[in-house]
Design a protein around this ligand. Structure first.
Ligand SMILES: Cc1cc2nc3c(=O)[nH]c(=O)nc-3n(C[C@H](O)[C@H](O)[C@H](O)COP(=O)(O)O)c2cc1C
Length: 173
């Protein structure tokens, strides 16, 4: 148990990656952890698109950068992008997708892989380009982009966590 708690406490958002691809086995382990996140009524509203294809990875990066209004790579050079979307038909879809994101990031850290939540998936998949992409993958349904979990080997040192604020927890005893 101590290992799991320590893993959750020591995970950090990584913003510099090596270009090396992560092994398929490791990727599958991380994805499996994502699919076991709790979901409202167990309805499993999210889906995960696991992108290791460089062409698509670069296209997503460009789409995300455009939304952000920058020219730089919002994925920080990470070779893998896991896009989490969730079906809006479920009232808990945002929470469901966010928990998947949390599982993916914690699982990546447990596997020695760096990760970071990259936002703007909602805008990305509301665009015509995003909708076309889902269609081309045969994904049908009312999906909203929740986030991108980028993955890769860390280039450099892991950052320190910011101190936790004083008023985080209120005890009622
Ligand atoms: C909803 C959400 C959106 C985020 N979007 C981005 C993002 O677009 N780019 C980025 O570099 N980090 C993003 N992050 C990562 C946060 O900046 C990061 O979690 C925060 O600075 C705390 O650092 P830590 O994850 O190392 O504890 C996001 C995190 C969350 C939860």
């Amino acid at each position: 148990m101590e290992t799991i708690i320590n893993n959750m406490i020591t995970r950090r958002s990584i913003r510099k990656y090596k270009s090396d691809m992560i092994p398929k086995e490791t990727l599958d382990t991380i994805l499996k952890a994502g699919t076991y996140a709790a979901t409202g009524m167990g309805k499993q509203s999210p889906i995960i698109i696991a992108v290791t294809n460089k062409e698509l990875r670069d296209k997503l990066s460009a789409m995300n950068a455009k939304i952000m209004g920058t020219d730089s790579d919002p994925f920080y050079g990470a070779p893998v992008v896991l896009i989490v979307l969730a079906n809006k038909e479920r009232p808990t879809y945002t929470y469901d997708g966010s928990l998947v994101m949390g599982n993916l990031m914690n699982a990546a850290h447990a596997c020695g892989i760096g990760s970071c939540w990259i936002h703007r998936a909602k805008e990305e998949f509301e665009s015509e380009e995003g909708k076309e992409l889902l269609k081309s993958l045969g994904i049908e349904g009312d999906y909203e982009g929740i986030g991108h979990c980028v993955l890769g080997y860390i280039d450099g040192e892991e950052p320190e966590a910011a101190p936790r604020k004083d008023s985080y927890v209120f005890y009622v005893e």
